[in-house]
Design a binder for this molecule. Structure first.
Ligand SMILES: [Zn+2]
Length: 273
């Protein structure tokens, strides 16, 4: 076992229960060492005892800044998010972040759709043709799809055999992983700008490419998180392989199902004797 530096040993208080090494998941209860006794990981982040997720500190940072910083961190440094496995991750905070992200992403999608439709030379009415009211179930289905998609990764973040505290943290962190979707809002400017200089088709292609790119970034983030949290190649491969088909199937079911059921109900209602 590695011997920590002399003075530090006497100064450090024993760590309380419920703390785990962010690197190897070693139970740190009672540890007085500045480093993990199992793998040597520097335990400063654990000893600080505070969450490093900006969103958690939105009271002091301000909501907008805390949200933007969290999105940035999830997009470009998801490894630091995995360090949060060291302490309690507030489930409510993670859920709130997820729902704000669903809202931000939806507004971004709406902006891109609007610019592409108007760029094609028609109002929104022309898209839905004879049934303009059908736009409402389509919008509802979009929000439901975003909600289902951002919830799906959490099903893979229940490592069996791990302490319940670690399972709860992993689930909460999987909600934070959807952060890259927020880029849909500033990204909506790209198709809008293309409309001014190029064809509506170029704008539509750019919009689709942006959505695909963000899904890939999100998928990669979920995989990285799974690898860092579970330290298991099998589970990481499972998450990587299952996420894209699940997103596709669930998205298709909701986007077709909700408008179809609405249409069915309306037809039954109109033809009722
Ligand atoms: Zn360790």
């Amino acid at each position: 076992m590695e011997t920590p530096r002399g003075d530090a040993v006497a100064e450090l208080a024993p760590l309380p229960a419920g703390l785990y090494c962010p690197d190897c998941a070693y139970d740190l209860r009672g540890s007085r060492s500045p480093r993990c006794p199992e793998c040597g990981f520097d335990l400063e982040v654990v000893r600080a005892g505070e969450s490093q997720i900006p969103w958690v500190h939105r009271g002091g940072l301000g909501r907008g800044r805390a949200y933007a910083r969290t999105v940035w961190r999830v997009t470009f440094g998801i490894g630091r998010l995995a360090d949060e496995m060291a302490h309690r991750v507030a489930y409510g905070d993670a859920q709130r972040f997820r729902w704000v992200t669903i809202g931000v992403a939806y507004v971004g999608l709406l902006a891109m759709k609007a610019s592409c439709v108007w760029g094609a030379g028609g109002g929104l009415d022309e898209v839905t043709g004879e049934m303009p009211w059908l736009a409402i179930p389509v919008e509802i289905a979009t929000v439901l799809t975003l909600a289902a998609w951002t919830g799906l990764p959490s099903y893979f973040f229940h490592p069996r055999g791990a302490p319940l505290a670690r399972q709860n943290r992993a689930v909460a962190l999987s909600y934070y992983a959807c952060g890259p979707l927020a880029w849909l809002l500033p990204g909506a400017i790209v198709p809008a700008l293309l409309l001014l200089t190029e064809s509506p088709i170029a704008a539509a292609v750019a919009a689709v490419l942006l959505v695909v790119l963000l899904l890939v970034v999100w998928w990669h983030g979920v995989n990285t998180l799974a690898r860092l949290v579970f330290r298991s190649t099998g589970r990481t491969v499972l998450v990587a392989a299952m996420m894209p088909p699940l997103w596709l199937v669930v998205g298709a079911l909701i986007m077709v199902g909700v408008p179809a059921i609405t249409l069915f109900v309306v037809i039954v209602f109109l033809t009722w004797p």
